[in-house]
Design a protein. Structure first.
Length: 187
């Protein structure tokens, strides 16, 4: 249960998601309410929203707990607790590498210190990332059906793999690699 111990050390505002069967679930540690949520929501992280965690809670069925320990012991997916399902879900567990608040702060300050190889590595881990191009937010996400390049409030392109998304996904007729120097500061 090594990964279980990591979950118990989450910082305020951090978010994880995982797949169980064909459904996506989210763990949210909300710094504002001090609540811990287990949310059933198949969509992508609504990063374009001013308070994305609120949008998640409005969009799906959720259970609320006072502590992470309580969530892990009593949170129900299907008919089993998270702890009972742990071996089945731990392989799909993905942490948004920063809290929702940090994500918004980074968007505002356009902070980025990754190179293109790190982008590939982070997508391979299953991380979902967003960036800005010409004052429009884009989101790279995935679920059981595929990988997506989404223009917030606009078109979504679907691909089988993250590699295919990077090779064939187009924004203004250009790939992510072709746009890299322009967009890397907004990831």
């Amino acid at each position: 249960m090594e990964q279980h111990k990591i979950l118990l050390k989450l910082n305020e505002g951090e978010i994880f998601f995982f797949q169980y069967k064909t459904e996506r679930y989210w763990f949210i540690n909300n710094a504002n309410t001090r609540g811990h949520f287990l949310l059933h929501y198949n969509g992508v992280y609504p990063e374009c929203e001013p308070e994305p965690w609120k949008k998640l809670l409005q969009s799906g069925d959720y259970q609320e707990f006072e502590t992470w320990e309580e969530l892990l012991q009593n949170g129900i997916v299907g008919e089993k607790t998270i702890l009972a399902l742990w071996d089945e879900i731990k392989g799909s567990l993905t942490k948004l590498k920063m809290s929702a608040e940090q994500l918004q702060k980074n968007v505002a300050t356009k902070r980025c210190d990754m190179n293109y190889e790190e982008l590939e590595e982070r997508l391979a881990w299953g991380e979902e990332l967003s960036f800005e191009h010409r004052d429009i937010r884009y989101w790279m996400s995935h679920n059981a059906e595929g990988h997506y390049l989404t223009c917030c409030g606009g078109e979504t392109q679907q691909f089988k793999t993250w590699q295919e998304m990077l090779q064939n996904g187009k924004i203004d007729g250009m790939t992510i690699l072709e746009l890299w120097d322009e967009i890397k500061g907004s990831i």
